[in-house]
Ligand binder design. Structure first.
Ligand code: FES
Ligand code: FES
Length: 942
């Protein structure tokens, strides 16, 4: 036994006899129960584990505990004042909306502590100082801007946000209803719970992209490791060893059966005590491999004679999509100008800071999973299939979700922890490492797009021809969604005379591509926005103006033949951007020392090389539209709102808040519908035993779809109360809830009281929060199936937006710095403007990463050191212009913004690079070598 190591934590003495080389982060979490300190990488890259060591910020995953002997450690738990209130910094984070998913928040807070303080001379922190302080902590959600704001304002204190009154919650900047736990560090994520007697599970994964394998005799391994309780193979899966999003796409095994189709695929699982599982070297596990030549990229997969990944797809094409309207070739032939583009994008990693994690336990004949997820009901049904159980024998209890962005719509740890817990009768826990998360989780589809567009002399679009091949990787996952959504959106938010848009999702031996904020639309937008720029330049039309002329608007007919009845606010977005566009272009021109008219951009790079400027600035614009919810299929949400005998109001919401703020938005909507203050409403969220199915948190659907359901639930509960009070439904009436009674004050001063104590409990309501009245709302957006030409109504409503980016290109190095983004988004109605801005900031940051930084290469960028996501220094100031073109069918007019915020960013940045140095980068990301090579090629062509 080692000698105890003594130190203080949050002012309290600690003395632990532990291995001196253990990571401080692990000791804090596992031995001292301080799970506010998070682990995102265990490699010093993410900063989630940041604590203060004798006042200095350190990454506690890199600090051996021996090093802290005699030192003073402060963790996030130590920020909370002894009276239980929030510190000024925590409060600033909460009120500024600086914590979305919250997994980075403890690290951010600890990194910010010093920078947030007022100097002895009363000086206030400066932006650069704050950015320096936060530079070691990654956030994937917020785009950092609200975190910076929070740190800058913490020392002066913000004017506290007043709780909105009755009927005023919608539109208010309400702090997140689940925000306090995040800034206190008490929110429990997938890795934060370790039930009594829990075993650990770790998968052994393929080092090969394609191989056959044989598992040898496991007896010697078990003998060498007595703490190894079980080794699971495919034969142990109790039910169907095939899962997948679509009924026709269940092709992914929980454990591979003799053949692996991508690097990182699980072949067996080790279950035992944590130390044993961690100590086993994969090379000691008896698996013999026969590596095979993998299919890398769609070209290889589509080549004649290519081996097949799945027998059901004889040409390796999972699915194809198509939208056709009019005679495209004739329209292109008659166009005054034609532009063409070829776009290649790469795999992009979600890089949520919380790797996949959770635990499972068997409860009688049921299995219960506590997991980080975006979609509890889909998880329930998938796990039921794998376990061979009825869906109601599976309970999913979502933990706090440390970021999803689509990646946690697929199963992660679920199948294996469920199987192990079921078979062993003990709780089983799994936490993926960062490399494991990156190797085994889904990616944004790499896209290979060829497109052409034609316009008349006025710049009106007459034709678009588009084809995109999307690398869907080894398994179907969300490939069908991408293949069907892309052709609908391929022409961008424009009215186009004739369209032929086709797509294919193609199997390869890459990790499965899945859902990632936009389902292929961001890749398509890179193509259609390049075409718009190309046509504008050829026709001598301002790039914003050509978008204005072609913008879809109320009354327009889309390429699928849908007439947009209302709420199509792109013209308003572009009008709002106009002064910013003009100002930024003037600024860029001033920087460049010359005009930046379209006719001159071709020589800009040379001018710079001639020594007149080392950097060139440019301004670009991107526009988008996005159908809210699933494409042409049913997509319902059910939300309930209950009233307890004591007058407690509870919203039962199965919509998981993955940081985007769904819980807060739904409380705001439902409380206004019922007619009570938002702070009277308690929330039960996500648990499949306690909430109804509100669908998945994806496709930007929760505000529109679940928001409508929440509004209907509130109205239903109100209707029941008014009926009991003898007040006509729909009549003006104020509700007051106190002492187990509801007083209904109707018109003319008439009041009636409803004694809740006299009401029977709602029966058939299998929830642990009893109610005497229950309002229920269900909403399913109106869509129609698409015919063979993609004609129909794929979505009930669409979000629109446009962004302008100012960039600076170093013409010697090829580096691109984004200096400012102005984002205008038509969200219908901003239910919570702080959260809408937060979504826009986060979307812009991810779009910037897509444009300039991010490329996932299996086996090479499986960590947050080699895989670059934007840091606080990469994300520029972002101006948000909220356009509220109310959607009549939306809850209080709202639509959605989660995915729309990302779509226009990369096109705007790429257009700005083109504006600055005269080259259109269409193979992403636009890394310095690609920018320099393109400039060189342009020069040699000149
Ligand atoms: S967990 Fe320590 S830096 Fe990422
Ligand atoms: S709030 Fe920063 S990673 Fe989610």
């Amino acid at each position: 036994m080692s000698a105890p190591i003594a130190f203080t934590v949050n002012g309290r003495p600690a003395s632990l006899a532990v291995d001196p080389m253990r990571r401080l982060a692990d000791v804090l979490r596992d031995d001292l129960g301080l799970t506010g300190t998070k682990i995102g990488c265990n490699a010093g890259d993410c900063g989630a584990c940041t604590v203060r060591l004798d006042g200095e910020q350190v990454a506690s995953c890199l600090v051996p505990v021996a090093q802290v002997a005699g030192a003073a450690i402060t963790t996030v738990e130590g920020l909370t004042p002894s009276d239980g209130s929030l510190s000024a910094l925590q409060r600033a984070f909460l009120e500024a909306g600086a914590a979305q998913c919250g997994i980075c928040t403890p690290g951010m807070l600890m990194a910010a502590v010093e920078a947030a303080r007022e100097g002895d001379d009363g000086s206030r922190p400066a932006g650069a100082e704050v950015e320096d302080a936060l530079g070691g902590v990654l956030c994937r959600c917020t785009g950092y801007r609200k975190i910076i704001d929070a740190v800058l304002t913490a020392s002066i204190g913000l004017t506290p946000i007043e709780a909105p009154g009755v009927g005023r919650a919608v539109g208010a900047r309400l702090p997140k209803v689940d925000g306090e736990a995040r800034v206190r560090g008490t929110a429990l994520y997938g890795a934060d719970e370790r039930p009594e007697g829990c075993l650990a599970l770790r998968a052994v994964r393929s080092p090969h992209a394609r191989a056959r394998f044989v598992i040898g005799d496991l007896g010697p391994l078990r003998s060498r490791h007595p703490g190894l309780v079980a080794v699971l193979t495919a034969a142990d899966i109790p039910g169907q060893n095939r899962y997948g999003i679509y009924a026709t796409g269940k092709d992914q095994p929980a454990l591979a059966e003799g053949e692996v189709r991508h690097r990182g695929e699980a072949v067996l699982a080790l279950v035992g005590d944590e130390a044993t599982i961690a100590a086993i070297d994969d090379r000691d596990v008896p698996v013999s491999w026969e590596p095979l030549e993998p299919l890398v990229g769609v070209e290889a997969a589509l080549a004649p004679g290519a081996p097949l990944l799945h027998a059901a797809s004889p040409d390796n094409v999972l699915v194809a999509g198509r939208v056709a309207r009019g005679d495209v070739e004739a329209a292109l032939a008659g166009a005054a100008a034609v532009a063409e583009i070829a776009v290649e994008t790469t795999a992009v990693e979600h890089a949520y800071i919380e790797p996949e994690a959770g635990w499972a336990q068997r409860v009688g004949d049921r299995i219960e999973l506590h997991v980080s997820t975006q979609t509890p009901y889909m998880d329930r049904d998938e796990v039921a299939l794998i376990m061979g159980l009825a869906p109601d024998a599976v309970r999913i209890v979502p933990t706090a979700c440390g970021g999803g962005f689509g990646g946690k719509l697929d199963l992660g740890v679920h199948p294996l922890i469920a199987t192990a817990a079921w078979l062993l009768g003990r709780p089983v826990r799994a936490v993926w490492t960062r490399p494991e998360s990156m190797a085994a989780s889904t990616k944004r589809h790499p896209a290979s797009i060829r497109a052409a567009a034609g316009a008349d002399a006025d710049g009106r679009l007459v034709a678009l021809r588009f084809h995109g091949d999307f690398d869907t990787g080894a398994y179907a996952s969300w490939g069908p969604t991408v293949a069907h959504r892309v052709p609908v959106h391929a022409m961008g938010p424009y009215a186009v005379g004739a369209v032929l848009a086709t797509s294919r999702a193609v199997y390869t031996n890459s990790p499965p591509s899945g859902a990632f904020r936009g389902f292929g639309v961001p890749q398509a937008a890179i193509a259609h926005e390049a075409l718009l720029d190309g046509l504008a330049d050829r026709l001598g039309i301002d790039r914003l103006e050509i978008r204005r002329r072609n913008a879809l608007r109320a009354g327009s007919t889309t390429a699928t033949g849908q007439v947009l009845a209302a709420s199509a606010g792109l013209p308003a977005c572009l009008d709002a951007l106009r002064p910013h566009w003009d100002r930024l272009r003037a600024e860029a021109a001033a920087h460049n020392g010359r005009a930046t008219s379209a006719g001159e951009v071709g020589s800009v790079g040379e001018a710079a090389r001639a020594g007149r400027a080392r950097t060139r600035r440019g301004v670009g614009i991107g526009a988008m539209w996005y159908g809210i919810g699933n494409t042409s299929m049913t997509n319902p949400s059910t939300i309930e709102m209950g009233l307890g005998r004591d007058g407690a109001v509870t919203l039962f919401s199965g919509a998981v808040d993955i940081g985007q703020g769904a819980s807060t938005v739904l409380v705001q909507i439902a409380s206004d519908a019922l007619g009570v203050p938002a702070d009277r409403v308690a929330l039960v969220s996500g648990d499949t035993d306690r909430t109804a199915d509100a669908g998945k948190s994806s496709a930007s659907r929760q505000t529109f779809v679940s928001g409508n359901a929440a509004r209907l639930a509130g109205l239903d509960l109100r209707r029941q109360l008014l009926a009991l009070a003898g007040v006509a439904d729909g009549a003006a009436a104020d509700l007051a809830i106190a002492d187990g009674a509801v007083t209904v004050a109707g018109a003319g001063g008439r009041t009636a009281a409803v004694d809740l104590g006299e009401l029977a409990e709602v029966t058939g309501f299998d929830r642990s929060t009893p109610c005497v009245l229950l309002g229920r709302g269900r909403f399913d957006p109106r869509t129609t199936p698409l015919d063979a030409d993609g004609q129909g109504e794929p979505y009930q409503t669409y979000a629109f937006g446009a962004q302008v980016a100012l960039v600076e290109v170093d013409v010697d190095l090829g580096t691109v710095k984004v200096l400012r983004v102005v984002a205008a988004h038509d969200v219908g109605r901003a239910i919570n403007p702080t959260q809408v801005e937060g979504q826009i900031h986060g979307g812009v940051a991810q779009g910037l990463g897509l444009a300039l930084l991010e490329a996932y290469v299996p086996g090479r960028t499986d960590n947050l050191h080699d895989y670059l996501i934007p840091t606080v220094g990469d994300v520029p100031p972002i101006d948000c212009l909220l356009i509220e073109d109310a959607e009549p069918s939306g809850p209080y007019g709202a639509k959605g913004v989660g995915e729309p915020a990302l779509v226009p960013t990369a096109p705007a940045i790429l257009g700005a690079i083109d504006d600055a140095v005269g080259v259109r980068i269409s193979t992403l990301p636009a890394t310095p070598d690609r920018v320099l090579a393109a400039m060189e090629a342009a020069r040699s062509r000149a």
